[in-house]
Design a protein around this ligand. Structure first.
Ligand code: PMV
Length: 333
């Protein structure tokens, strides 16, 4: 192993069909297929310095708008080291390497904007480069999934991405179903809070099946998933957006009824959702979706982008708006 610096950039993604619940937590196999778009404005830039001393395993994170990197120990570092071991096993690497990871986020972490997806997909690409393994996109998505943040698999391919749930580790992978320039969709994240959520999605997935509505959701998804892809293929934005919003509400109905319940939404989340419905009445096509967090992704099209921004600029509960266009997946720079 030679000392070197590996640089990677990877986007977060927003799911139109959500992953919630697993059939195999050890292998991170999801209960259902999911479908997402990579986010151009929300990404992690990661640098991995490989060092000769194999005892060096360090993690530094620069948060959104922070001036400097902060050394992370405890849980955050442990997750990186566990993933390192898993990556070595998956890639059948016997030699150990020392590393210093520095990761900078262009957006707030743990706030419902998939910061673990951008971070772990970047880390997957960095580890495979460190181990001198050239992986195809499909394999790299499998490796990213094994980080524990399953949605990281969807940040690997370009543009609009479908994650096949699979029945084994190798068959659970993500692939691009359309390039970034396929459709002029815009995701405007209405930031109502910068606070970190209290319960991680990893913990949330474990209890999803305790919701009395979980089985029902899986039945609905068997219909909703091909339908939403169909609306996407036809570029029927009204049909697509309506289903995207319906799907987000379905996800949160599971979260709120699982045991213990997870209430990620706040009053401000609902305020943004109501205001978006008001915009629709004025002919502005915009729909909401939310992940495991309070912040809201407003899905719209380029022609409505400025109008949506203008509307929310005047709302005191929206602190900031992050703009995202569909973009490529992870890249080693
Ligand atoms: O990949 P995880 O473990 O961070 O879970 C992601 C869960 C959701 O963001 C709520 C849904 C999704 O598909 O992105």
């Amino acid at each position: 192993m030679k000392e070197q610096l590996i640089k990677v950039k990877s986007p977060a993604n927003i799911a139109f069909i959500k992953y919630w619940g697993q059939t195999d937590s050890e292998n991170v196999l999801p209960a259902n297929d999911s479908f997402s778009m990579n986010l151009s404005g929300c990404y992690t830039e990661l640098e991995m310095e490989l060092v000769v001393d194999i005892n060096v395993k360090e993690l530094y994170i620069k948060d959104y708008k922070a001036e400097d990197y902060k050394k992370n120990e405890g849980d955050a570092l442990q997750k990186v080291v566990t993933f390192y071991d898993r990556a070595a096993e998956y890639l059948q690497v016997k030699t150990d390497v020392g590393f210093r990871v520095k990761a900078a986020n262009s957006f707030p972490k743990k706030a419902g904007i998939a910061s673990s997806a951008s971070f772990f997909s970047a880390l997957a690409a960095a580890f495979s480069t460190a181990f001198e393994k050239k992986l195809e996109t499909k394999q790299l998505s499998v490796l990213a999934r094994l980080s524990g943040s399953g949605s990281a698999s969807r940040s690997v391919p370009d543009g609009y991405v479908f994650w096949h749930r699979g029945i084994s580790s190798e068959s659970s992978f993500a692939e691009s179903i359309a390039p970034p320039d396929y459709w002029d969709i815009v995701d405007l994240v209405a930031l109502v809070t910068l606070d970190e959520k209290k319960v991680s999605s990893v913990d949330g997935h474990r209890c999803a099946q305790t919701s009395p509505y979980f089985a029902d959701r899986q039945r609905q998804l068997a219909k909703r998933t091909p339908l939403i892809v169909n609306k996407f293929r036809k570029k029927d934005f009204e049909g697509f957006g309506t289903m995207v919003e319906e799907e987000a509400v379905s996800l949160h109905s599971i979260m709120m009824t699982q045991k213990p319940p997870l209430y990620y939404w706040s009053g401000m989340t609902l305020d943004v959702m109501r205001e978006t419905a008001t915009l629709r009445k004025k002919g502005i096509e915009a729909y909401c979706t939310t992940d495991a967090g309070e912040n809201v992704h407003i899905i719209t099209r380029r022609i409505y982008e400025e109008k949506v921004k203008d509307h929310f600029k005047n709302m005191n509960f929206v602190k900031e708006i992050l703009t995202n266009y569909p973009c490529e997946g992870v890249r080693v720079l």
